[in-house]
Ligand binder design. Structure first.
Ligand SMILES: NC(=O)c1ccc[n+]([C@@H]2O[C@H](COP(=O)([O-])OP(=O)(O)OC[C@H]3O[C@@H](n4cnc5c(N)ncnc54)[C@H](OP(=O)(O)O)[C@@H]3O)[C@@H](O)[C@H]2O)c1
Length: 339
């Protein structure tokens, strides 16, 4: 039997005040090989912002429900699904539909949350930390003694890259607002401001860095490439085009800067390279790396910081506040209190 399901709907591209609504719809029982999950927390990612603005690559047209990942409890198993008992805490990457009370999702994408892991922290893992993990371990292969530079070291993905790079034994540099510098230094990083370009000369003076993580795009890709060390293998790991959203600048086409960055791979004699990194739940790394992050959280090896917990009904305020405000790490949306 279908049950009522409150959910966020993006009805049009634009500012939160005119584009976001919370509506009550019905959700059907889970179909074959699916599981119905009662969501506790939805992750809140830069992708949600980009989708609301209509600038996320190959996105759905409105109306759609945003929410790129969640944590919650299994509610009902559909025919053919039996891996998780009702009540089991699970998490998953969804791309859409996590800003809702319930979701029907193929069982194969669900990962159990180990005992002792806070569901609100688990909601930060499938996007922010899984992206960071893949970039640090596979795209850049960060290793002991290397220097890495992170644009937005205080952000959700930035914090993941920072902690995972420090665990690898790298020295970490990056940009953040001044209000976050003391905490970043305390954590072991070397922060610079993004409001000036002092970091470019500083990184060149060090001989360049082995990896730059860049979700800003546009002219930032050139600046990132310029601080790579020419002496050893080095790489720009691009993973977004966020500069305009953060600065409020006019919308620009991101594809030409991406193509220009990838073109630099033709300088095969230079030691320097570039990749554009992205995650999907159909990559073979999805389940093992999410499981690994959950285990590292359970074992206290990582402690993903939560920047803010927004209530479901405050979704417009959450969108307004994205990329601003004090604190560091991942914002999450509380959809329901755990019974
Ligand atoms: N490719 C993928 O699969 C993938 C996956 C996840 C995310 N992403 C992308 O990653 C990006 C970052 O998302 P997020 O959730 O980590 O964002 P976030 O948590 O809001 O972080 C934004 C960061 O940008 C900094 N910042 C603010 N204004 C800035 C400016 N004018 N110039 C430079 N930096 C500025 C902030 O610093 P302060 O807070 O210190 O001011 C903060 O560190 C998004 O573009 C998202 O789409 C891509």
């Amino acid at each position: 039997m279908a049950i009522p399901n409150r959910k966020v709907v993006i009805t049009a591209y634009g500012p939160p005040s005119t584009s976001l609504q919370i509506v009550t719809d019905n959700i059907s029982p889970p179909p074959k090989d699916h599981v119905q999950v009662k969501i506790l927390y939805a992750g809140f990612a830069g992708a949600d912002i980009n989708m609301r603005l209509g600038v996320y690559p190959l996105q759905s047209a409105p109306p759609f429900t945003p929410g790129y990942c969640f944590s919650g409890r299994v509610s009902v198993n559909g025919p053919g699904s039996s891996k998780f008992k009702p009540g089991t805490l699970v998490t998953a990457l969804t791309k859409y539909d996590s800003d809702a009370e319930y979701i029907n999702i193929p069982e194969k994408y669900l990962v159990a949350i180990p005992d002792g892991v806070d569901p609100k922290v688990a909601a930060a893992l499938p996007v922010d930390w899984a992206t960071a993990y893949g970039m640090v371990s596979r795209a850049a292969k960060v290793s002991p003694g290397q220097r890495v530079f992170i644009h937005g070291i205080s952000g959700a993905v930035g914090q993941g890259i920072m902690y995972l790079s420090l665990l690898q034994g790298a020295t970490v540099y990056g940009t953040a607002a001044e209000r976050n510098h003391a905490a970043l230094k305390e954590a072991g990083a070397h922060p610079y401001l993004y409001t000036n370009k002092d970091w470019i000369a500083a990184m060149k003076d060090l001989g360049g860095v082995h990896a730059v993580f860049d979700a800003l795009g546009f002219e930032s890709f050139d600046e990132s490439y310029s601080i790579l060390t020419p002496n050893e293998r080095s790489v720009v790991v691009a993973y977004g085009n966020n500069l305009n959203n953060l600065t409020g600048a006019k919308r620009r086409n991101p594809w030409i800067p991406i193509a220009k960055l990838m073109f630099k791979n033709l300088y095969f004699w230079s030691n320097k390279g570039a990749v554009f990194y992205f995650i999907t739940r159909d990559q073979k790394t999805y389940e093992p790396e999410l499981q690994q992050l959950l285990n590292m959280t359970r074992d206290g090896i990582i402690t993903p910081p939560i920047k803010a917990v927004w209530e479901f009904d405050d979704i417009k305020e959450a969108h307004e506040a994205w990329g601003k405000g004090s604190g560091m790490g991942s914002p999450v949306i509380r959809i329901a209190h755990d019974a």
